[in-house]
Design a protein around this ligand. Structure first.
Ligand code: ATP
Ligand code: MG
Length: 416
């Protein structure tokens, strides 16, 4: 992509009402556009980041043999009434409306009930189980507070997955595999070492559910962490009984601020009972499906990475999430410089390396500031001076020193 063609521009300031660092940086860099509090549009660069995150999540969900689909944004009242969750007293973040004929509709804040309603048409026999489905979906929630930028939206992208099993044992097997897949996701996203599988309250069927909590100053949660034993609890389950059960003492725990980047639940058969979701077992009897639910906050993860990996100059994306791998800055307008920069742009792209090519006639300082703000991992400069020396100037976003490299060396670094 040539910067001269990119319609977004960087800006020195963020909207005055935007308090969160992640959104300030993402807006200034032109990754997102703030429509209103908690509601953000993803512009070309931001969309590429989201798609890179989704790609990693998709690969790991596919590795669980889960099947991708997409449910609807508009939902039926009757579906949610089966579990009592249409009620605003029970779910306080609903957006609702009516069709022209007066029929009530809800805007999907979750898809648990509609997914189960849909699956009832297909899951009939024990032979159909275990199975699982997932989607990337925009959720709409009338959140009271929306002050954490894209980390808490009124409109946000979630990956939600649902597992159907014959019984607790079959469920447990999938659940454990899902925990491992989630760990791989956060590792690949570059936040694995700061992300803790955290015990949270479990509901009717199990002692605990599990949250994936990432250490982050801008997070809204607090977890109680035993770093050595790698055990973390949230506030809801922090009591003497659970501490004893997990073999940790209260004094050994450290309270840390975190953001919940994912969570997984064992529903047992409660929801299946409410919604009459059953299969025929090997004896020919009807048996309730054992359900699990698995969420990842895709846009929140993007916000957490923006918060954690940024510095005073701007964003700092890891290679596999960055919208482009290389920021190619052309300094000067001499024909030979233009020619050399154009040639490098083409040849890097031919090697499968994505490049944001700053072909504008702007000052070097402006280009370097943009490269830093945008957080592109590798910067390459082509100028009259580098041309004379027969090299390219290379710098990593995370380093201050530049290096003079020949074409071959440059390519080998960029493809590493
Ligand atoms: P929270 O405790 O942060 O309100 P939740 O427990 O309601 O989240 P779920 O409904 O289970 O979360 O959603 C699954 C995941 O979606 C969460 O782990 C989080 O990463 C993300 N998420 C939830 N609410 C939001 C939001 N308003 N904006 C962005 N991401 C969100
Ligand atoms: Mg939560």
């Amino acid at each position: 992509m040539r910067v001269s063609n990119l319609f977004t521009k960087t800006s020195k300031t963020a909207p005055a009402d935007e308090v969160a660092k992640n959104a300030q940086l993402l807006i200034r860099a032109g990754y997102v556009h703030k429509e209103m509090a908690g509601v953000y549009a993803y512009l070309p660069l931001g969309l590429r980041v989201l798609e890179n995150i989704k790609k990693i999540v998709r690969e790991e969900m596919d590795s669980l043999s889960s099947q991708e689909l997409i449910m609807t944004g508009l939902q039926r009242k009757e579906t949610w009434e089966t579990t009592g969750r249409w009620d605003d007293e029970v779910v306080d973040i609903w957006f609702k409306s009516k069709l022209k004929d007066g029929t009530d509709v809800g805007f999907g804040w979750s898809h648990e009930e509609p997914i189960i309603e849909m699956l009832k048409h297909y899951v009939e026999s024990y032979k159909d189980l275990p199975m699982s489905v997932y989607q990337f979906q925009t959720k709409l929630r009338n959140e009271v507070r929306a002050k954490s930028g894209i980390m808490r939206g009124r409109e946000f992208v979630m990956k939600d997955m649902y597992s159907c099993s014959t019984d607790a044992q079959q469920h447990e097997q999938f659940y454990r595999a899902a925990i491992e897949a989630y760990k791989r996701v956060y590792d690949r996203l570059g936040i694995g070492s700061d992300t803790y599988v955290t015990f949270a309250s479990g509901g009717a069927f199990t002692q605990f559910s599990h949250e994936f909590q990432t250490i982050c100053d801008a997070g809204e949660d607090v977890i109680y962490l035993h770093r050595d034993k790698n055990i973390a609890l949230n506030e809801e389950v922090l009591d003497d009984e659970n501490l004893a059960r997990l073999g940790v003492a209260r004094e050994e725990l450290e309270a840390v601020k975190t953001a919940e980047v994912g969570n997984i639940f064992n529903f047992g058969t409660q929801k299946s009972e409410d919604m009459d979701f059953a299969f025929t077992n090997e004896k020919g009897e009807r048996q309730l499906v054992h359900l699990g639910s698995y969420g990842i906050g895709i846009t929140r993860v993007m916000g957490v990475i923006a918060e954690k990996l940024s510095d005073d100059k701007g964003l700092v994306w890891p290679d596999n999430i960055a919208p482009y791998r290389v920021y190619l800055a052309r300094i000067g307008t001499d024909e030979s410089v233009v020619l050399a920069a154009d040639k490098l742009y083409d040849s890097l792209q031919e090697s499968g390396i994505s490049v944001l090519y700053d072909d504008r006639n702007a000052r070097p300082g402006e280009k370097f500031a943009d490269a830093d703000l945008l957080g592109i991992p590798h910067r390459v400069v082509v100028s009259a001076r580098t041309q004379e020396q027969g090299v390219f100037e290379y710098k990593k976003r995370t380093e201050t020193e530049t290096m003079a490299l020949d074409a071959e060396k440059l390519k080998s670094i960029l493809t590493a």
